[in-house]
Design a protein around this ligand. Structure first.
Ligand code: XMP
Length: 516
């Protein structure tokens, strides 16, 4: 394991992902963890992340010197670099010399462990106020910028390395190479970690945990719950029952995909509950987005509990149903562990994810993985492309893509428009390029149009294609005009009551990805 010590501000997750991309297993730990505890994990290397503080600020996170004296290779980045410098006797000044964004780095020791084989001039991503003016004793300075005399240093003998910038971001042109140099050359780690190991390891663990008892899993049609279910199915076979609650808010073809393709690929025991009447009745007359989310969440749990009771009743003499399989991912784990009260922008309801007071023990085989790794596991388990490569779709489904009250007619209309948009985006080969493309019906808005020879008074449809790495931030996708034109023509021609298609050109922030 490589430990990534988190000094805040989301850099650690990106670093952990980059380490995994280098095929080395990594785990994030908070900077408040005592050094002895970190070392007890027997890490092969430790990376210190960047963070928002100044090393001189009151209450800024620090590290015990013993971390650098344990013989474990350490790589400090940005804040981690400065912390390494000050802890080991170097000098970091608050010079007022700030650097933000893309910066030119000059490598003064091209043959150094980190920089070997990379150009002497490279573009890196900086974000700092303080600057290191003198490296600690025993270290050699390996790079500088116009503003910072010591932008990188290393002590090869002690296997300690640091850079002032952020090698983990894509704007640092040789960042991945430098990280790999640290891992392979500096720390002597071999790139051996793969998702195949994860599958084997998890199957053993799941068997140990569940024994001969039974488990259930809520399927949402999304990647995470599908992969988690497939993995658990492989481990315990028919001891697992999957429950798919059809709330009637799914897109065209989605329920069939779960019912046919997923079952065909995995042989999983599936219980489908058609609860669309119930959801629609509960949503009648409701326009407020938060209200909708709460109702959908509540109804989902009720239906699920009922399904669970039925599973028990159908085979009461079988082993008890004690486990709930969840597709929790590593970012969720890290975020809930580091929970420093972020603002509740929307109450996300993860259909397939249930509250813990359901009285189950959780089986979470994906809790160490990032999304792209989950996709790889899914591929290895032989799940169909359409499921593995699926773009994110919110648990509350089309219910939060109708601005206004949710009715069956409106759902049908939106389903048609959405299917056309998806078809054309796939046809144009844009699926991988965009993160997702919500299609939204402005049911409370009417617009005048002319179709055939007559006046129409219909509704606009909004296209919201976005690109993103993690949905935390997003930009609107610059789709080719021809593709937009084709989608617009088809939707207005083929979907009754729609006489206008508009494009959302807002990034996140300030807009969120979904409209509600
Ligand atoms: P927002 O709209 O918050 O969306 O920018 C960020 C990502 O989350 C998805 N999303 C949800 N996913 N339950 C989910 O499982 C929800 O309630 C929910 N709301 C939004 C959204 O599609 C985007 O990928």
């Amino acid at each position: 394991t490589v430990l990534v010590v988190d000094f805040g501000a989301q850099y650690a997750q990106l670093i952990a992902r980059r380490v995994r991309e280098a095929r080395v297993y990594s785990e994030i730990v908070p900077s408040t963890m005592p050094v002895a505890e970190m070392l007890a994990k027997r890490p092969k290397a430790i990376i210190l992340s960047g963070g928002p503080s100044s090393v001189y600020a009151e209450g800024a996170p620090s590290l015990d010197r013993s971390l650098f004296e344990a013989g474990v290779p350490v790589f400090g980045m940005c804040y981690g670099f400065q912390l390494m410098a000050t802890t080991l006797g170097g000098t970091v000044d608050n010079t007022g010399a700030r650097e933000y964004g893309r910066t030119a780095l000059t490598v003064s020791k091209p043959g150094s462990t980190l920089f070997e084989g990379t150009p002497t001039e490279q573009s890196v991503w900086m974000s700092h106020g303080d600057a290191c003016s003198a490296a600690p004793e025993g270290f050699s300075v390996t790079a500088s910028t116009d503003v910072v005399p010591v932008a990188a240093f290393e002590n090869d003998e002690k296997r300690l390395y640091g850079v002032q910038y952020h090698p983990e971001v894509l704007h640092s042109t040789h960042g991945q190479q430098i990280l790999e140099h640290f891992l392979y050359r500096g720390a002597g780690i071999k790139p051996e970690w793969t998702t195949t190991n994860v599958v084997d390891e998890q199957i053993t663990l799941i068997r140990e945990q569940v024994g001969d008892r039974r488990a259930i899993c809520g399927l949402s049609g999304g990647v995470d719950s599908a992969v988690a279910a497939a993995l658990v199915q492989k481990a315990i076979g028919d001891q697992l029952t999957c429950v798919y609650v059809d709330h009637g808010l799914m897109r065209k073809g989605e329920t069939e995909q779960v019912e046919k393709d997923f079952v065909a690929a995995t042989g999983v025991k599936l219980k489908v509950v058609d609860a669309s009447e119930r959801f629609l009745a509960a949503l009648a007359g409701v326009s407020d987005p938060e209200q909708k989310r709460k109702i959908i969440g509540r109804e989902f749990i009720r239906v699920f509990e009922q399904a669970q009771a039925e599973i028990v009743a159908e085979a009461p003499d079988d082993h008890p149903v004690e486990f709930l399989v969840q597709g929790t991912l590593y970012p969720d784990v890290v975020e809930s562990g580091g929970g420093t009260g972020t603002a509740n922008i929307k109450s996300h309801h993860n259909v397939g994810g249930l509250p813990e007071d359901l009285q189950f023990q959780l089986v979470e085989p994906l809790r160490k993985l990032f999304k792209d790794e989950v996709r790889m596991v899914g591929q290895e388990l032989g799940l169909p492309e359409e499921i593995v490569q699926r773009q994110p779709f919110p648990g509350p489904g089309l219910g939060i893509r109708i601005v206004g009250e949710v009715t069956r007619e409106r759902l049908d209309l939106l389903r048609e428009a959405d299917a056309i948009a998806r078809e054309e985006l796939t046809e144009a080969g844009l699926d991988r390029e965009i993160w997702q493309c919500p299609v939204v019906l402005l049911a409370d808005v009417r617009s005048v149009g002319v179709q055939g020879d007559g006046r129409t008074y219909g509704h606009p449809i909004v296209l919201r294609p976005v690109s993103s790495e993690d949905a935390m931030t997003a930009d609107w996708s610059r789709l080719p005009y021809e593709v937009l034109a084709k989608i617009s023509t088809r939707i207005t021609n083929e979907v009754a009551d729609v006489n206008r298609v508009v494009l959302d050109v807002t990034s996140k922030p300030p807009g969120t990805i979904e409209w509600e």
